[in-house]
Write a protein that binds this ligand. Structure first.
Ligand SMILES: [Zn+2]
Length: 256
């Protein structure tokens, strides 16, 4: 442990209510909370599984958590076909208690991988901070920053506030104009929708079963939901609601 040199030269010490010497002499090892964020289809889940793989190869043990995976099952599913079983986080799951239970069952937890982290509650994000600080768990969160209105999800907001590291995931998702795609536009009947239920996630490819309803989506007529899809746009075209020359892309899911 390295003592902090010249700590008494720190002019704020005189004003601090903390002891003149204290924890800073023996800095405790804290875990880190990292938030990797990007729009839909940018490869966040693939990166999550890659990081898990790398950490496991170093002999570290982790837990994979997911809140509302797009497959509808508790697993982390990447769009390139890799899947790993994960623990489903419910709206009232206490993440500290979850890790304590793992410990109690003899399972070591060095790190957590949390996919779809935008759907965590702010309180759950705070629990992740507690795990990092007090239990030295490294936490890797992956998720979307903003909803279809281009406003932060509450969980993402709390992660931006509390995370030690923020990393935009390398975006290879392009708007139809060629600029990096940054916003997930909700499209109904060929028009960008600006109002409605905040969370309502759909896959943008694959079979219809991959549609996941999130939180409480009110019942709506099938005819109304049948034409809802998502399209990633740059900021300019998101603002203008301009879906480009080909409004209907093959491979984009329609909610059924
Ligand atoms: Zn654009």
């Amino acid at each position: 442990m390295t003592a902090v040199e010249n700590e008494h030269s720190d002019p704020t010490d005189a004003l601090s209510s903390a002891p003149a010497w204290g924890a800073r002499r023996e800095l405790p090892i804290a875990g880190k909370v990292k938030f990797c964020y990007g729009p839909m289809d940018c490869g966040k889940s693939t990166l999550a599984l890659q990081i898990d793989h790398n950490l496991a190869r170093q002999g570290r043990q982790g837990l994979l958590l997911v809140r509302h995976d797009r497959s509808g099952a508790p697993q982390i599913t990447s769009r390139i076909g890799i899947t790993r079983t994960a623990v489903e986080v419910e709206s009232d799951t206490d993440l500290c208690a979850l890790v304590r239970r793992a410990w109690a069952s003899g399972r070591h937890v060095d790190y957590l991988i949390v996919d779809e982290a935008q759907f965590l509650s702010p309180a759950q994000v705070e629990q992740l901070g507690e795990l990092a600080d007090d239990a030295h768990v490294d936490v890797y969160c992956f998720g979307i920053a903003t909803d279809f209105r281009s406003e932060l999800f509450p969980g993402a907001r709390r992660l931006f506030e509390l995370a030690d590291e923020l990393q935009p995931v390398q975006v290879e998702v392009l708007c139809w104009c060629g600029l990096p795609g940054r916003f997930n536009a909700r499209v109904r009947d060929g028009r960008v929708v600006r109002e409605g239920d905040t969370v309502f996630v759909a896959d943008t490819e694959g079979p219809a079963r991959s549609t996941a309803e999130v939180n409480s989506v009110p019942t709506r007529a099938q005819s109304e939901t049948a034409t809802v899809r998502y399209q990633v746009l740059c900021r300019r075209h998101f603002r203008r609601g301009d879906l480009g020359p080909t409004v209907s892309h093959q491979g984009q899911l329609r909610l059924t």
